[in-house]
Design a protein around this ligand. Structure first.
Ligand SMILES: Nc1ncnc2c1ncn2[C@@H]1O[C@H](COP(=O)(O)OP(=O)(O)OP(=O)(O)O)[C@@H](O)[C@H]1O
Ligand SMILES: Nc1ncnc2c1ncn2[C@@H]1O[C@H](COP(=O)(O)OP(=O)(O)OP(=O)(O)O)[C@@H](O)[C@H]1O
Ligand SMILES: [Mg+2]
Ligand SMILES: [Mg+2]
Lengths: 226, 226
């Protein structure tokens, strides 16, 4: 479902060019569960943004379901981002003036779902991440781990074919993490594909394969150690 | 150095009152290293904000170095926040239009240190958290773990008598976490006091005592398991 070919990404800072991804080449088949690991600053979020069609590479190719993403128009990219991909951001990216329910329901607005059904599905999903009693809270009325779970619920609400989760348990205690990883496991059992960035070996152990980045290149790519 | 007495904190949401901290009473002596743990939403950040003089309780007392914080004027609170306390926020709270160096130097502006010395000390501190080559980057040009380290550097730059760190390693890989915890260990050896919120047992193991919150109350308070 994912195929990258010599993906490079660099940022210009004044006269300097910072190479952040260097010839990243790998594939993820439909239904795989992959952990992406590596030191802070190694390029994981940058790679995830490209996989999520939120950013484009400086050079190289990204094929999503066989299609070269650089050839797709913005309208099609928006449809893909909304209906095929669920993205949990490392910094959550919730809308501050909307409450948890409204934030989680947002992907369904684009999909043209009626308001009554949107709010019902958002409520169900929030319940599944343990936030049944926090639905009317806005982000600044939520704890760090609660905001993270709202971001997770928003990514899951469409039952996406591809879930991209950037450090989704970083602010969660172990019991709550288990609940979230269980939900991811269910999504995976339903045949969907998961790529999860994590710093924790025991979270990575839930995946079947670990890709490790170092300084923007793939250092290793193999089965998760059990 | 810290003494709380029946600390209560509640939030009003429309006609509901949400009790978030309930009769929290404990002491921390000078030079202690305490881990504060508990499930997501249990009140840790809310308690930390009160300890850091950033918020006041709904009822109860907080004595910092023997002085009832509720009796202090804003000018004195600002001086304490700036010169006696270092605070690492769960959400970093960096200034987006300033680069890493400027963000880290900020506490020294208030302390009246000259610009040349401020920037020198900020550079040294950034080097100690492994960000020597990221000093001119602004927050949106940094990875999640790099932003976290800038927030840590800003809290450490004054060598504060009291360090309050809210999940400071949540976005860091294990090698980088070790480096940060080593720095905290050095601050502690120099006689300073540390309270660190963490979800990770091995981070808590570096502290000498663990206070666990559940639903806003202290569930347990005892030595860290080694
Ligand atoms: N807009 C930008 N301009 C310049 N450099 C950038 C920019 N965005 C990211 N970087 C740099 O790119 C590198 C990779 O960033 P990225 O966010 O992908 O790291 P990461 O692996 O997700 O790290 P972490 O584990 O800390 O979240 C970092 O060194 C960062 O400083
Ligand atoms: N401004 C607010 N209005 C209403 N409720 C709030 C507000 N701020 C926090 N809360 C609630 O207070 C509770 C405690 O929040 P707090 O941020 O202290 O939790 P925490 O222990 O730090 O959690 P986490 O581990 O997820 O960071 C949460 O249930 C949260 O929903
Ligand atoms: Mg990242
Ligand atoms: Mg918190």
């Amino acid at each position: 479902v994912i195929r990258t070919e010599n993906l490079c990404k660099s940022f210009r800072m004044g006269r300097l060019t910072l190479e952040v991804l260097k010839n990243v080449t790998f594939q993820v088949k439909k239904g795989e569960y992959v952990a992406l690991m590596g030191p802070s600053g190694s390029g994981k979020s940058t790679l995830m943004n490209i996989l999520g069609c939120l950013d484009s590479p400086t050079s190289g190719h990204y094929y999503l379901n066989g299609r070269d993403v650089s050839t797709l128009r913005e309208k099609e990219l928006a449809r893909i981002r909304n209906q095929e991909i669920g993205f949990v951001f490392q910094t959550f990216n919730l809308l501050p003036r909307y409450n948890a329910l409204e934030n989680v329901a947002l992907p369904l607005v684009y999909a043209g779902v009626s308001q009554r059904i949107r709010l019902q599905r958002a409520a169900d999903t929030l319940e599944r991440v343990g936030l049944a009693d926090r639905m009317k809270h806005r982000p600044n009325e939520l704890s760090g781990g609660q905001r993270q779970r709202v971001a997770i619920a928003r990514a899951l609400i469409n039952q996406p074919a591809l879930l991209l989760a950037d450090e989704p348990t970083g602010n969660l205690d172990s019991v709550t993490s288990e609940e979230i990883l269980h939900l991811f496991g269910e999504l995976h059992k339903a045949g969907n594909t998961i790529v999860i960035v994590t710093h924790e070996e025991d979270v990575a152990a839930r995946a079947l394969r670990v890709i490790r980045l170092r300084d923007g290149s793939i250092e290793s790519d193999g089965p998760a150690r059990v």
